[in-house]
Design a protein around this ligand. Sequence first.
Ligand code: PMP
Ligand code: GLN
Length: 384
Amino acid sequence: MNFPQKHSAAGTTIFTVMSALAAEHNAINLSQGFPDFPVDDRLGTLLHVATNVGFNQYAPMPGLPILRNEIAENFRRRYGLEIDPETEITITPGATYAIYAAFTAILHPGDEAIILEPAYDSYLPNIEMNGARAITVPLSAPDFSVDWDRVKAAITGKTKAIIVNTPHNPTGAVWGKSDWGQLADLIRGKDIFVLSDEVYEQLSYDGLKHYSVLGHPELREKAFALFSFGKVYHNTGWKIGYCIAPPALTGVFRRIHQFLAFSVNTPAQYALAQYLKLEDVPPVNIMLQEKRDRFLELMKQTPFTFHKPASGSYFQVAGYEQISDMPDKEFARWLTKEYGVATIPVSAFYTSGKDDRLIRFCFAKKEETIAQAVERMSSLMVSP
Ligand code: PMP
Ligand code: GLN
């Protein structure tokens, strides 16, 4: 059979590859981004309650009203933003799905969509699956800031969308307010939509603020802002996210969503809605900043190098030039097999496979997991 290719991404996603390799070699898995500590007991209990009280049938297509109301209330409280839960919020089965649905809602075959690389690996195939072309613009190493002149040069008459991500996976970079201003200047008066991947919105460190596209009135009019509960409540396996967009864009988004998933896991939506009401849920960035700091402190025992601590997300990029000059994919495999620690090679986040000889560690792990991983790597030697 001759199956359609649909996209140009090679083979199986790196997250599956590295998690499988970690399992095969009994390695500590600091590769795929998920916490290994439990969810808040209260959230687990609420899920149980939800099924007991009867939230077991299809939810309304845009999501349970109580969850959408609580999200709106939460954004009012945390960001001072007014969002209409009826016309601007749609609950989705995770953010990966929401990104796909948003691209599908706006892209025509032949359109172009801009990606800033390194980038989460689903963006490119999601664009291509819609018959559009992904135009990649590299972020500027070593701090992975946006080179706005390069973005400007990538915009053509065919550009229909740009996808951005702050806090950033895999580099941990966080956008300042001025980045949004620069983007607004570049796309003013043009029919270009913004997909703003903000799944790590609550994970910024050292007092840095998260600036959402929703806080920029001009951009908000042309933006799909995409979120995931998995990253903030440590339940990535629930796969619940949401899309916030102005009414007209929410309309086109739901036009796709209604025939793609139709609706999302009802008991989990109920549990999240009740959990959002609680006022004593500790801010997640405090706990994760401590984990980042502990990780970096312990890693001083190893020859890895760090340009700077991650400002956001739960990933830390590291150089291994003192250990080896292997390509990063080979190095990540070797580290998994020989030292029992799995990571992600950063070249997997580039369409071109650009290899800066960097790997990504996920530090959203229990204290003992981090300590054990570092202990395994502490015998790594500086190569002569
Ligand atoms: N965007 C980025 C930048 C991510 O790292 C991830 C990975 N979780 C997602 C989106 C997807 O989130 P979800 O698990 O809700 O699909
Ligand atoms: N976003 C997560 C990461 O970067 C993984 C999500 C996935 O496995 N697709 O590790």
